[in-house]
Write a protein that binds this ligand. Structure first.
Ligand SMILES: *Cc1c(COP(=O)(O)O)cnc(C)c1O
Length: 393
């Protein structure tokens, strides 16, 4: 039974549907529509479509359904809905699950566009938002109220890699009947335990580790069948954020190698963090499994691995951080993450540029901060590249 398979097996096989040709690589069903055998069959399909019956690619498609079934099996949820991007997944899940008058509590350290959807979109439709320091369980306790409908956070935050206590926040949220939505990109499906720890809905930008080679935008919302095929599918199919069949095929094949890639990248990230720890030119090295991480004990307990990202702060500030980045030879300057190619990002001037200075300070986004997404290159080569670039600051 597929339900008994280990995650590595699910990643390769779960959800596969084969046509009469028995193709090995999943077929790309590049079709928008589906022909019905009769008018009666069309009528019946619109009343209720079975798992292998499709109506229109905005609602679902066989290749997209294979990706949805595979990621749901891997994540340990009953179902999943694939979307055109990670932000289509975040905004779709939020719009599907709250209404005017609801109260939402979210961690303050969020991916910039997630913060925009909460503060600028949901707020415009009469949803009240409270932002808290996600690492402070007392802050969650005092923010969550009887009318709190939903709680939202990144399980490891961007770019300062804060670790949020998933089980503790779920307990406070569930006590008032609120749903817990997590943006799980930094944890990766390989290392995620979000569902076991109580999260109701788990969202990925599949643009990141799931594709893993920086080719295609995509996203997915994982949860119970009632939520996914209820309000989430209803919202997504009418508003048009569906994943394309070609993208689903890219993502399916990304899942096949996800486990190997995430483990290799995380092992290298740990080596880089160890090599950088204690370097006098850095005022901070942030990696969840380093002993000096503020939530180190929680990180060890909650996360099998420290993940594939390492952040560090070049003490001499922005000009030195730019000299460091410009001296890198293997590591690329870009803003994606989870790619097989290592990427250095300067959050203060790129991904978080628009935040006012006091917000940047509050979130620890200092002028010298570098976020490193560790790829699949040789660990020694990457450590040498970072070392020679640090010598240039
Ligand atoms: C990239 C990212 C998103 C948005 O995903 P897109 O695929 O770029 O739309 C959301 N949350 C986090 C944590 C991300 O890293």
């Amino acid at each position: 039974m597929t339900g008994d398979w280990k995650q590595a097996t699910q990643l390769v096989h779960a959800g596969a549907r084969r046509s009469q040709y028995g193709e090995m690589s999943e077929a790309i069903f590049l079709t928008q529509g589906f022909a019905y055998e009769s008018a009666e069959a069309a009528e019946a399909r619109f009343v209720g479509a079975g798992p292998d019956e499709f109506i229109y690619a905005r609602y679902g498609n066989p290749t997209v359904r294979m990706f949805e079934d595979r990621i749901a099996a891997v994540e340990g949820t009953q179902d999943a809905f694939a979307t055109a991007s990670g932000m289509a997944a975040v905004s779709g899940a939020l719009m599907a699950l709250v209404k005017a008058g609801d109260h939402v509590v979210a961690a303050r350290a969020l991916f910039g566009s997630c913060l925009y959807v909460l503060e600028n979109v949901l707020a415009r439709f009469g949803v009240e938002i409270t932002l808290v320091d996600g690492t402070d369980i007392l802050a969650w306790q005092s923010a969550i109220r009887p009318d709190t409908r939903l709680v939202f956070f990144e399980t490891i935050s961007n770019p300062t890699l804060e670790v949020i206590d998933i089980a503790a926040v779920c307990q406070v949220a569930h006590a008032v009947g609120a749903l817990v939505l997590v943006d799980n990109v930094f944890s990766t499906p390989t290392f995620s335990r979000a569902v076991a720890l109580g999260a109701d809905v788990v969202i990925y930008s599949s643009t990141k580790h799931i594709d893993g080679q920086g080719r295609a935008l995509g996203g997915v919302i994982c949860g119970t069948r009632d939520l996914v095929r209820g309000p989430i599918e209803t919202y997504m199919k009418h508003t048009g954020g569906a994943m394309s069949p070609f993208t689903a095929w890219v993502m399916l094949n990304g899942l096949v190698t996800l486990d190997l890639r995430c483990r290799a990248m995380a092992a290298t990230a740990g080596k880089i963090a160890d090599a950088l720890a204690g370097d006098a030119r850095l005022s901070r090295v942030i990696y969840p499994h380093l002993a000096n991480h503020p939530q180190h004990a929680l990180a060890l307990q909650q996360m099998e691995s420290g993940g594939t990202l390492v952040s560090f702060d070049i003490a001499a500030g922005k000009a030195a951080a730019f000299r460091f980045m410009n001296a890198l030879q293997i590591i690329k300057i870009s803003n994606n993450l989870g790619d097989a190619r290592s990427i250095a990002t300067h959050p203060a001037t790129t991904t978080h540029q628009r935040l006012p200075d006091d917000q940047k300070q509050l979130l620890g986004i200092t002028p010298g901060l570098i976020r490193l997404s560790v790829g699949l290159e040789d660990a020694g080569d990457l450590i040498a590249d970072i070392g020679q670039a640090l010598d240039m600051i």
